[in-house]
Structure formats: C-alpha cells, structure tokens
Design a protein around this ligand. Sequence first.
Ligand code: PLP
Length: 405
Amino acid sequence: MASTLSSRPQLQHLTAQLDELRQKGTHFRLRVLDDMQAPICTYDGKQVINLASNNYLGLTADPRLREAAIQATRDYGVGSGAVRTIAGTMKIHMELEEKIARFKNVEACVVFQSGFTANAGTVSSILGKEDFIISDELNHASIIDGARLSRAKIKVFRHKDAAHAEELLKEIQNEPGRKLIITDGVFSMDGDIGPVDKLCDLAEKYGAIMMVDDAHASGVLGKNGRGSIDHFHCHGRVDIQVGTLSKAIGALGGYVCGSKDLIDFLYHRARPFLFSTSHPPSVTATCIAAFDILEQEPERIDRLWENTRYFKQELARLGFDIGGVSTPASETPITPIIVGDGRRTMDFSRALFDNGLMATGIAFPTVPEGKARIRTIMTSEHTRGQIDQALDILDKTARKLGILV
Ligand SMILES: *Cc1c(COP(=O)(O)O)cnc(C)c1O
C-alpha cells in the first residue's frame, strides 16, 4: 500500500526538497532514545554521553516526579476529557497555575499544552492588525508564528540591540496602534541572555507592553530558577512572562504569567487554550512536584552552573569557537560550538556520536546559513568524569576532522 502512495505525483515537490537537503548534507534521521534522558543513555542502540537534552536539572527521571505522575493517573485517570473551557479544567490544573503564580510572584498564571502554544496563543490573541511587535531577530519560532497570526506589523531589531529597538520604537511613536516589545530571556541556539532590563526601560519610555519568553531561563536563571526577570531584578516591569514546563521542569507544557486580567483574557481568547485539550493529570501532577523541588533543592541549580562554567572554560581552552553571534558569548548552560558549514557540522555530529557523544548538529533554517553549530547543553547531573570524557571525545574528533588544528 505504502509503495502505491509513494508513486503518486501529488507530493513530489516534498521529495524534491528532501533530495536537496541530502545534497547539502543537512538531511537527518531522528535519533531514537532506547531508555530515558540521563547524562549517559542509549540512542540507536549505542551508549553515549548526552549533551543534547534540555533536562537541565535531571528532573525527567526523578523518582518523586514519576511517583507523582503515577499517583495522579491512579486518582484521576489518563486524560482530562475536554478543552479547558468546555469541561476539561481539573482541580489539579488550577493548583498548578496557582503554584506557578506564587513561585513567579505574579497575580495569575495560565498553563498551555506547550511553550510553543503559550507563545503563539498569547501573541496572536492580545494584538490586532493596527498594532506593532518589536522583536529580537533571534526570537523563538513560536513568537514569530504568534506574531504572524496576530497580523500586527512586525519590526525586527538586531540581536540584543536595545538601541536598534529604540530606533524602531521612535519610528512608530506617533502611530495609534499598541506596541509590544518581545525577547527571549535566554536564546535557545546561542545561549546568550536577552537585555531584559534595557528593554523594560524602553517599554516604560514608549508605553509599550513588555513580554519575555523564559523557556530556557526557567529553572536555570534567577533565585531558585525564577528566570530572567528575577536575574535582572525586573519584577513588576514585565507584563507577560512565558515559561516552559518542558525543559528544566522535566515534563511538558508552557505557561503565561501576568495580571489577573491578562490571564482571564487568555482564558477567553487564546486559541490553543480554547481549541485543544488540556494536559493529562499525570503531566500536571509532575509539574507541581517539580516546582517543589526547585524550591527545596537549589543545590541542583548550583551544580548546573558549576558544570557549565567548567565545561565552557575547557572548551575555550581546547580552542573551540563557542562564540555566539554577539559579545559576550553564551552565558548559560547552552554552549554552541560554531563550525560554520552545514555539512561539516552534521559530519562532526555523526562522528561524535560514533565516538560516544550525543551532541546535535544544527544547521539552516534553525540557525542562519554559515552559522551551523554543534549545540551542547550541560545539566546538573553530569559528573566531572563524564564532562572530561565528553571534552576528550570533542577534542579528538575535532582534530581528526580538521575542525581543531
Ligand atoms: C523550547 C522553547 C519554546 C517551546 O517550548 P515547548 O514547551 O518545548 O513547546 C519556546 N520558546 C523558546 C525560547 C524555547 O526555547
């Protein structure tokens, strides 16, 4: 049956594009994890040191979180049975939202199915076509999609360049539409930190709404992982804070924090909230338990930063380009190793894997053409021995391929 479908002409343009990727050397196959996310795990039947997951604090496999998921499944079943606004709001959903709001020190919180839907659903619903979005050029795809769906006019500023953002704000100063300034707290491909404080100043100066996407900052930056707003002491200055439950928190989901009215509005207008089923009890219970761990075990975050500092220092010492696109380079547990050419990067990643290291190659269109890189992520759970072994594999493989000379 499958073979008859593949001979039909309707989708041949897709095959042609895949062939193009193969020619460029950037076509990939999905690596398949045989066991669970951990510093050492098994992909495609091969045991490797894992520098590729967003499992910053090792929570994906935490026994307490697994237990919370199992208990919630026993108590409440495997699904919520409806979208939140019809019949799918469970007590446990409200409990998680209240917990996050307290943690973030804001009035209210709404949880979405993912960070992606949190961003896309929020940006698209709070603005209309007479409005303006002032957006960092490296903001996450979910912000860009939300911006497009809103039909607002999008003004893109150079990466982390608050002065450029101000120029754009000046140009539209006398336009009647609302203005939204939006930045990632931590940029996911470069690991650098957005200028949240400077953008807050601009938002106040020009009467703009301020929004920060803290997907990679949640659980990583600020006190107990409260994020970039805490890191910059910008409490009360950011109207809309987005976070994810899929990275450091270890499970799945996204959330928006802000005023009661913002959250109430999103309950009424955010399309993923209205038209897509809410989390199963297991996911929600896992997230609740994870926030308890963030509050009770700050030493996880300390270990994450110790490992990060050591790994970066050693990468630089070996001579790798861990540059990022701006100065300063990566300031977080995400460290890119810039290779440049897409094919060379993918070859490097495959060779690393063969030598026992999982570190994903990332090329265009996820990062700009010519900026292909190996993206590494440190976690609190990597031991010094594992990090040293990873560095050794990186060094030897890079020398063999002529990436280090
Ligand atoms: C990962 C990520 C998201 C999406 O979060 P998910 O919960 O995985 O959907 C949004 N924004 C940024 C900056 C991210 O890195």
